[in-house]
Design a protein around this ligand. Structure first.
Ligand code: ZN
Length: 254
C-alpha cells in the first residue's frame, strides 16, 4: 500500500517547510497530503504554495487560504492574523491567488481516508482540541481515518464506535497524545481523527516543526518533530513588516 507524509498549517514559514521536506526525504514516503493553511502568518506564502503544488498529491484549502482569496472572511480572524491575511493577498500575484482558490475543501482516499482542514462537521466544534469536540466531529467521520489540521497541535482521537452520524458519549473517545517518533497503532475496526500538528506555527509548546507519516501497511500514524532555523524565520517575518507577535510566538511554540 502506501506511506503518506501528512502535513498541515505551513503558514508561509519556508524555513520550517524546507526542513520538513528534507526530513521527509529520508522516510520513504510515497505521497504527501497537505491539509491546508499553506499561507497566512508567515513571510513566504508564494514559495510555500509552489512547493505544495510540486510535492503534494492532495492539497486541501484551509481557512486562512480561503480568507486570502476572499478578504470578507478576514473579519473572523484576530488582529495579527487579519493583518497577515491582508499582507499575504497583497504579496501574491493572480496565479498564486488562483491556485489558492482552486484548492479542494476536502478529499477522500478510497473509502479509508477523509482529508479536511478543520472538522468533518461544520459548526462550533471546528477546532478538535478535546474529547468533547471529537465526540461531535466523529459524527461526520464515515471512514476509518479522518485527517485534520487547524489546531496546530498533534493528536489522535480514537473511538470503537462505528456509528457515523451520531454524537458519541465522551467515554467512547480515547485521546492519544502524539509524542515524536512514537507510532500510534491504528485498528481497522475503529475510527480515528488524526492531526499531524503544524509545520509553520506549532502551538503545543514545542517550537519544532510538526508533521506525520501515515503508514497503511503497518497501520500506524507517527508524528515527527523537526528542528529548523527559528531565528531566520523570525528575521524574515519582521523584515516583511508582519506583526512582531507572529515572529515572537515561533520561539515558544504558541
Ligand atoms: Zn492554521
Amino acid at each position: 500500500m502506501s506511506r503518506y507524509a501528512v502535513i498541515s498549517d505551513i503558514h508561509g514559514n519556508l524555513h520550517a517547510f524546507e526542513a520538513v521536506l528534507k526530513d521527509m526525504a529520508s522516510r520513504d514516503v510515497h505521497e504527501v497530503i497537505c491539509l491546508g493553511d499553506i499561507v497566512g502568518y508567515g513571510p513566504s506564502p508564494d514559495v510555500c504554495l509552489d512547493l505544495v503544488i510540486k510535492y503534494c498529491t492532495i492539497a486541501i484549502q484551509g481557512n486562512h487560504d480561503q480568507a486570502v482569496v476572499d478578504l470578507r472572511l478576514s473579519n473572523q480572524f484576530n488582529g495579527a492574523a487579519r493583518q497577515a491575511i491582508v499582507w499575504t493577498q497583497e504579496k501574491l500575484g493572480p496565479l498564486h491567488l488562483d491556485a489558492l482558490n482552486r484548492l479542494r475543501p476536502f478529499a477522500y482516499i478510497g473509502d479509508l481516508i477523509h482529508c479536511i482542514h478543520d472538522c468533518p462537521v461544520p459548526g462550533p466544534s471546528d477546532y478538535i482540541h478535546d474529547e468533547a469536540a471529537a465526540s461531535i466531529a466523529f459524527s461526520g467521520v464515515e471512514t476509518t481515518i479522518c485527517l485534520v489540521g487547524h489546531t496546530h497541535v498533534p493528536v489522535v482521537f480514537q473511538t470503537e464506535s462505528m456509528d457515523a452520524g451520531k454524537v458519541l458519549p465522551l467515554d467512547e473517545i480515547t485521546v492519544h497524545p502524539a509524542p515524536p517518533d512514537t507510532p500510534i497503532q491504528l485498528d481497522p475496526s475503529c475510527r480515528y481523527i488524526c492531526n499531524p500538528g503544524s509545520i509553520g506555527q506549532p502551538r503545543d509548546a514545542d517550537p519544532r516543526a510538526s508533521y506525520a507519516v501515515l503508514d497503511l501497511d503497518e497501520m500506524t500514524f507517527t508524528v515527527h518533530r523537526v528542528e529548523y532555523d527559528i531565528s531566520a524565520a523570525q528575521a524574515a517575518t519582521l523584515k516583511a513588516g508582519l506583526p512582531p507577535i507572529l515572529a515572537e510566538r515561533l520561539a515558544i511554540g504558541a
